[in-house]
Design a protein around this ligand. Structure first.
Ligand code: SF4
Ligand code: SF4
Length: 394
């Protein structure tokens, strides 16, 4: 019997890359894309190409907060070689786009290659097809592009579990539109995950290339620890790429809200069995030691007011480390429900208002916010780890 060929969106390519040496990186990205038809399968001469790296904040590439500039450089060069007119842009969570681009080393490679820098400023309203969002306001540069190349960093995410291809497209929303969306979702992480899925589906990047050479583990996405993974992933479906990214670091779908919600809503490309993996075998690249973010939520299965109240009381919350806090007001300015205030030279959080979005922790430049898990969550996390060890051992 002849096997039925899967559509190109089911194909995810993997490649090994040990470090960010410029030549080795470009060669690895080229061989990563070869089984997908090469960059020329995605970029045609004269097309406007927008490369969207993760530019969360102005940290050195060594901190693994942002996509490494050498990955961005390689993608620019290959897109230009295919005849694309290339721009690079993102809307950072904190700081001006130009400052962030400079500190992350991305501005330097933009200048070196002759690409255009696109600090997202103007926005346009679009109406996604899904049922969660009526409208979103996204960067005009993204909508003006013929081809979007999404270039995320693989990192833990205190709220969503993992940030990779799907979550990286949230950066298409400019400035204060992001806290607005957090407010809309409130404490419902499932709802926020469905919003992220709809944003990514509405923008539909043509190609997703993941920087998982050095990823981030622990308290990501802003203050976790760099971890060597040594891999690159690519595919035309952000969902398919995220499914493989989760397997790469051995995270289960129930640890990642976007994966969990994609499965719960019957979206395709959420299981490895649906995908065609090409390039370096996944088993050769998988790591066993990836440290997930602390669990911040439990599904109690109790509907209505009591379920919501219990959830609110027992979910994890951010806690201020007063030794590290320099009272810079960054978190206060970005807290979606304005639950933070500095009084008598001390930062305080109003937990009745706090929606547990962990934006404060993501953006704090001084790692002065930690995640506090209550007893129930700590026990649940321990059980989860025991179950996982048991499964891995089998
Ligand atoms: S917690 Fe961090 S961001 Fe907030 S005031 Fe303190 S140092 Fe600044
Ligand atoms: S205090 Fe932090 S976690 Fe709570 S709502 Fe504000 S930014 Fe989100």
């Amino acid at each position: 019997m002849t096997a039925v060929a899967l559509p190109p969106s089911n194909r995810v390519s993997l490649a090994a890359l040990d470090n960010y040496d410029p030549d080795a990186t470009e060669a690895a990205v080229r061989s990563l894309l070869a089984p997908l038809g090469g960059m020329e399968a995605f970029v045609k001469p004269g097309q406007k190409v927008l490369i969207k790296p993760n530019m969360l904040s102005g940290k050195s590439p060594k901190r693994a907060v942002t996509t490494h500039p050498q990955i961005v450089r390689a993608v620019i060069r290959l897109a230009m070689a295919s005849g694309g007119r290339v721009s690079v842009g993102d809307s950072p969570g904190i700081g001006s786009p130009t400052l962030v681009a400079r500190k992350t080393g991305i501005l330097e490679v933009i200048k070196e290659t002759g690409a255009r820098f696109a600090p997202f400023t103007d926005s346009v309203i679009v109406h996604p097809k899904g049922t969660t969002l009526q409208q979103i306001e996204v960067a005009k540069d993204i909508l003006d592009a013929d081809v979007i190349i999404n270039v995320p960093k693989l990192k833990t995410h205190q709220m969503m579990g993992l940030t990779c291809a799907v979550k990286n497209m949230f950066g298409a929303l400019i400035g204060m539109r992001k806290p607005g969306m957090h407010l809309q979702a409130g404490t419902d992480k499932g709802l926020f995950a469905r919003m992220l899925l709809e944003i990514c589906e509405a923008l539909e990047p043509s190609l997703n290339i993941v920087d998982a050479v050095v990823g981030m583990q622990g308290e990501g996405p802003g203050n976790g620890d760099p971890v060597k993974i040594g891999a690159l992933l690519a595919g035309s479906s952000a969902q398919a790429v995220d499914t493989v990214a989760a397997a790469l670091v051995k995270m289960l779908p129930d640890q990642i809200f976007t994966q969990q919600q994609a499965l719960a809503t019957g979206r395709p490309l959420t299981r490895l069995t649906e995908l065609e993996l090409v390039g370096t075998p996944l088993a050769e690249l998988q790591i066993n030691h990836f440290r997930a973010a602390k669990m911040t939520d439990i599904n109690f299965g109790i509907p209505g007011y009591f379920g919501r109240r219990l959830k609110h009381l027992l979910t994890a919350h951010p806690q201020v480390d007063h030794q590290n806090c320099v009272r810079c007001h960054v978190c206060v300015k970005h807290c979606p429900p304005q639950a933070m205030a500095i009084a008598n030279d001390l930062l305080n959080i109003n937990y009745d208002l706090c929606i547990r979005c962990f934006c404060c922790q993501e953006l704090c430049p001084h790692a002065a916010l930690t995640t506090h898990q209550g007893l129930v969550l700590r026990l649940s996390s321990r059980l989860h780890r025991i179950n996982r060890t048991h499964k891995d051992g089998n």
